[in-house]
Design a protein around this ligand. Structure first.
Ligand code: S3P
Length: 412
């Protein structure tokens, strides 16, 4: 059976760099991801006076301590990295000088008011341009808040927690539907006083200590390989991949659809990781509720592809957040399914997909969205004719070697 090792986790790499930058002392991040989004983080942190020594297998971050970041000479460029823009906004809200965050491409269309609004409740002075970038941040004395997240977004939650480090008084966040908890785990790893009870997270402000961290593989990068293995009726061993439960919604849903996996747990803290053995097997449709969405938010285009190939009907409810990703992923996922010849529609907030479709080939344009390009590649594995993906370079956002790895794993 083939084995495959995914690239390091993007969310964890970004958080490790940001937290390392404001921690006191040297942080060593081993096995960091290298992609356009992480390059954006490195660029922004350097503009804030942080020394980062970047090599293939590790990044050394010379942390500047709680109030050690330097006022940047101009606007910070987050590129297309939503997590960089939003998480940095939380950190910068607590600084004693003004700053501005800008970005490019799809990030200029993505919502920022969802971050600016709770930060304003903390007394931050953060303004957007009609709810979008650029974000302008002026110095203010922050205070902790009690806040219930109106959208299940790890980026919004993280921005509030990072601002909370600089606030007076504790910050309490309630998340009705939990999203990925890497920020909480890493804050604890970097010495923050943070605790979760049920759906409520409490953070006590204060400085961070430096840390060492080995980044596990990215389950979202591995997901197209899981999908392609299932679509082509092959088994696949995925090695050293993150097994954080808040990211495992895709596996849980696929199990409901009849897939089977053997998971071997390796290290546990601060981020669980291990191996996943994907067994070949046929899938059937399933009903997916809104509470299951955040734990597989980036895997929904893939889930839609698998549902189209499965027996029976799949309905995915509460997927509206997909409208706010690198593309409008409701629209781009429907476009992919249409290109494959599948029967799908979006109605009353739910994506309905009727299997069993035998995919046809042809051409697909992923609208500059890395997750759609990867979902198309996975679908192409079982298409009747080649599926040409136009503008496939967009995978550099999260996974520059995607097509090379995919070819090595499935086509050699
Ligand atoms: C991410 C959170 C998710 C996800 C994105 C990465 C993160 O976005 O879609 O790819 O690193 O926090 P939201 O928090 O906006 O849902």
């Amino acid at each position: 059976m083939k084995s495959y090792t995914p690239p390091p986790d993007k969310s964890i790499t970004l958080r490790a760099l940001l937290l390392g930058a404001i921690a006191a002392g040297r942080t060593v991040v081993s096995n960091p991801l290298s992609c356009a989004d992480t390059a954006a983080a490195v660029r922004c942190l350097r503009a804030l006076g942080v020394k980062l020594l970047v090599s293939k297998n590790k990044i050394i971050v010379e942390g500047r301590g709680h109030y050690g970041l330097l006022r940047p000479g101009g606007p910070l460029q987050a590129g297309e990295a939503g997590a960089v823009a939003r998480l940095l906004a939380g950190i910068l809200a607590g600084q004693s000088w003004p700053s501005k965050i800008n970005g490019s491409g799809s990030l200029l269309r993505r919502p920022m008011a969802r971050v600016a609004a709770p930060l304003a409740l903390m007394s931050a002075r953060v303004t957007t341009r009609a709810g979008k970038l650029p974000l302008e941040i002026r110095p203010a004395a922050l205070k902790g808040i009690r806040y219930t997240l109106p959208v299940a977004s790890a980026q919004v939650k993280s921005a509030i927690l990072l601002a909370g480090l600089y606030a007076s008084g504790e910050t309490v966040i309630k998340e009705p539907v939990p999203s990925r908890d890497h920020t909480e785990r890493l804050l604890g790893h970097f010495g923050a006083r943070i605790a979760r009870r049920g759906k409520t997270i409490t953070l006590i402000p204060g400085p961070l200590k430096s840390a060492r961290l080995a980044v596990p593989g990215d389950i979202s990068a591995a997901a197209p390989f899981i999908a392609a293995a299932l679509l082509s009726g092959r088994g696949l061993l995925i090695k050293d991949v993150g097994l954080n439960p808040s990211r495992l919604g895709f596996l849980r849903t696929l199990k409901k659809m009849g897939a089977s996996f053997r998971i071997t747990q390796g290290r546990a803290a601060p981020e669980p990781a291990g191996d996943i053995l994907v067994y070949p097997g046929k899938l059937r449709g399933a009903a997916v509720g809104a509470s299951g969405i955040p734990a597989m938010i980036d895997e929904l285009p893939l889930l839609a592809v698998l549902a189209a190939a499965a027996r029976g009907r799949t309905i995915i409810r509460g997927a509206g957040e997909l409208r706010h990703k690198e593309s409008d992923r409701i629209r781009s996922t429907l476009a992919l399914l249409a290109a494959l010849g599948a029967d799908a529609k979006y109605r009353k907030g739910a994506l309905e997909i009727q299997g069993t479709c035998l995919f046809r080939g042809g051409a697909f344009e992923p609208a500059g969205d890395h997750r759609l390009a990867m979902a198309a590649a996975a679908a192409g594995i079982c298409a009747a004719a080649p599926l040409r993906i136009k503008g496939r370079g967009c995978v550099r956002k999260s996974y520059p070697a995607f097509f090379a790895d995919f070819k090595k794993t499935f086509l050699c």
